[in-house]
Design a binder for this molecule. Structure first.
Ligand code: CDP
Ligand code: CDP
Length: 219
């Protein structure tokens, strides 16, 4: 029997990572942060002096990516880059390399390999459309751009980083526009995905809703 997958897609700072991780913990499932793979690819390329628009060069980097996920920590070639990959600069780089078809192809099987028993919760932009189209539960998580920019701002301030709300809003809107407009695996709400609008919904309530859909699905 195929390993069950819960696919959670949505725009930047909609809460995908937080909610997907908690749903995975509640169910004892594995968790895939697919955005981290694009972020790692962008970081690895820039460390090797490869431009983010060099499709063949970046795809080679993605193929060879030496990455290890260990709980909250992410290692690139043995180096703990957990904080570094969360910067908005790397987020912008991730969305640039993610628009390149060869880069997406290079990361496809690596993502599918996360689907292991007893199940997987995967978050990103194309989990339900491309990577796990057979997922029995698909969720499209969203919130207004204002709320999402505010969340990202608070997250950066909480980490002791400098943050400018206007710059974050502009970056986030540009990144969302690029993710929605690209020709390959664009961000969109699938007809078979449940919509979860979280502008006025707390984390616990959002997690509860996904678990309710999951249990209703399995019933
Ligand atoms: O993974 P994604 O970029 O979609 O978002 P995230 O990193 O999981 O969430 C961004 C921030 O929003 C985190 O600090 C969450 O704790 C917060 N959040 C929230 O305040 N309310 C929600 N319903 C969801 C997330
Ligand atoms: O945390 P946030 O939602 O801002 O971003 P992320 O999920 O870490 O993804 C960073 C970038 O990688 C996104 O802006 C997308 O361009 C790209 N991405 C993608 O194209 N497909 C995925 N499955 C996941 C991320």
């Amino acid at each position: 029997m195929a390993v069950p997958v819960i696919a959670i897609d949505g725009p930047s700072a909609s809460g995908k990572g937080t909610i997907a991780q908690r749903v995975a913990d509640a169910l004892g499932f594995h968790y895939l942060d697919s955005g981290a793979l694009y972020r790692l690819t962008a970081l690895a390329a820039s460390r090797q002096g490869i431009h983010w628009d060099d499709e063949h060069g970046v795809a080679a980097v993605a193929h060879a990516l030496d990455v290890r996920f260990a709980g909250e920590h992410i290692y690139l070639a043995g180096d703990d880059v957990s904080h570094m990959i969360r910067s908005e600069t790397i987020g912008v780089g991730a969305s640039q390399v993610a628009a390149l078809p060869l880069v997406r192809a290079a990361l496809l099987e690596r993502q599918r390999a996360f689907a292991q028993a007893p199940g997987l919760v995967a978050d990103g932009r194309d989990m339900g459309s491309v990577v796990f189209p057979q997922a029995p539960l698909k969720v499209f998580l969203t919130a207004t751009a204002e709320v999402r920019a505010e969340r990202r701002y608070k997250q950066l301030i909480g980490r002791g980083e400098n943050a400018d709300l206007a710059a974050i809003t502009a970056d986030l809107e540009a990144r969302d526009a690029r993710d929605r407009a690209r020709s390959v695996a664009p961000l969109r709400q699938l007809p078979d995905a449940h919509l979860l609008e979280t502008s006025a919904l707390g984390i616990e309530a959002a997690v509860g809703q996904v678990l309710q859909w999951w249990h209703a699905n399995a019933a």
